[in-house]
Design a protein around this ligand. Structure first.
Ligand SMILES: NC(=O)c1ccc[n+]([C@@H]2O[C@H](COP(=O)([O-])OP(=O)(O)OC[C@H]3O[C@@H](n4cnc5c(N)ncnc54)[C@H](O)[C@@H]3O)[C@@H](O)[C@H]2O)c1
Ligand SMILES: [Zn+2]
Length: 370
């Protein structure tokens, strides 16, 4: 097991990554809150069916279970209202704690419920998808979607601790695992050369869910994010580099109405577009680009893209991260470093998107996203 300390101006907590954590949950939480108060767990029915037995093992008194059905369509204010009302009815007070046991959706919605219930109660993240383990459970961004757009209502509230159990990933569908791994590929590219190399050399073990290999990748990815969040909790500067691959990635998700591909798959393609831009600007060499592309495809497959360039380009205009219409882009500088450029022209963006679409014709697999 590895322990990663996260320190931000607002909080300080540990992220534990490794095998067997689920079975030790209650005593580990108790160490942090002294005496277990009213404990709530928010999870999805699917995850609970698979893992409740192991989850409940370490609790003398079972927590009150709150269910959030799977799916982005349930990441709403309405769900937060329902969850907080259930907590109120079950006698939850300011001393209550909430455990978010699920993927990024459970973590974002549950974390937001914890942030607003009684003006904020303590919560713990027990992420069960690869994406949630390496990304969404760490950093304190919590929130829900509006019909007008994703993650438009939310806040920052850091959890009291994160427990990323590699064993739980055993039941995760392949496609979810591969998509989540794109965030680790991203971590390697923007800030961790050693992680990048490890992922090159140990792809078989990682994809075969060898728990030690997973732990290595998960811990390094979390460490990278923790280090960035420590320096810039509220995304005013450095934290922006975490958006590598996300400008075009978000545009792809929006252009396909969030139905055709998983977030990580969109980010995989978004990274390909960003690499093309970086190559044109000369921040990476041809052989570095080749190596990075190869790693992205290795952790694929990425879906086919049957979207027109114009549609993707139009969608980038709505990227809420482009402050004041500035064409902001994160570009890798070699392998293991990245910077933010503010002056990407429409022509550069178009060339990058077109490159991505060409590559999708030969590297894209499956039904395809249109
Ligand atoms: N807060 C942040 O910083 C942050 C960062 C990135 C993404 N996000 C958010 O995360 C969400 C996506 O999260 P996600 O990719 O984890 O998807 P998800 O939460 O929808 O989970 C994906 C699917 O996997 C199932 N599942 C989860 N764990 C499983 C397991 N161990 N075994 C079998 N099935 C399992 C879930 O029931 C669900 O059907 C998005 O809403 C995104 O906006 C937030
Ligand atoms: Zn992401």
């Amino acid at each position: 097991m590895q322990t990663i300390r996260v320190e931000t101006p607002s909080a300080r907590y540990d992220v534990f990554a490794g095998s067997g954590l689920l079975a030790e949950l209650a005593p580990r939480i108790e160490r942090l809150v002294k005496r277990l108060p009213r404990v709530f767990v928010v999870t999805s029915p699917e995850i609970w069916a698979l893992w409740s037995e192991k989850f409940l093992d370490s609790f003398d008194e079972p927590p009150v279970t709150l269910f959030l059905p799977a799916g982005e369509q349930n990441k709403t204010v309405k769900s937060v209202e329902r969850l907080t009302r259930e907590m109120a009815r079950a006698g939850g007070d300011r001393g209550a704690i909430l455990i978010c046991f699920g993927g990024g959706i459970v973590g974002d919605v549950g974390g937001f419920a914890a942030a607003v219930f009684m003006r904020g109660i303590s919560y713990f993240q027990v992420p069960t998808t690869f994406l949630a383990q390496v990304d969404s459970s760490v950093g304190g961004k919590v929130g829900v979607n509006l019909p007008e757009g994703k993650n438009l209502v939310g806040n920052f509230l850091q959890p009291r601790a994160v427990f990323a159990d590699t064993g739980v990933l055993g039941t995760l569908p392949d496609r979810e695992l591969h998509a989540g791994l794109m965030e680790s590929v991203k971590a390697g590219i923007i800030r961790d050369r050693a992680l990048f190399r490890f992922m090159e050399e140990h792809a078989d073990e990682v994809l075969g869910r060898d728990e030690r290999a997973l732990e290595r990748v998960i811990a390094a990815s979390i460490r990278m994010k923790a280090d960035v969040v420590r320096r810039d909790e509220r995304e005013s500067g450095l934290r922006m580099i975490l958006n590598f691959g996300h400008t075009v990635g978000h545009a792809l998700e929006a252009a396909t109405r969030y139905k055709a591909m998983l977030h990580g798959e969109a980010v995989g393609w978004g990274m390909i577009a960003a690499l093309a831009l970086a190559r044109r600007r000369g921040t990476i060499t041809g052989s570095q680009m080749e190596r990075m592309e190869k790693l992205i495809y290795r952790y694929g497959p990425l879906p086919q893209l049957k979207v027109h360039a114009a549609k993707i380009l139009a969608a980038t205009g709505h990227d809420k991260k482009n402050v004041g219409g500035v064409r902001r882009f994160v570009l890798p500088v070699g392998i293991g470093d990245a910077g933010v450029v503010e002056d990407v022209t429409p022509a550069e963006l178009e060339a990058a998107v077109k490159y991505m679409l060409v590559r999708a014709r030969t590297e894209g697999r499956g039904r395809g996203a249109s």
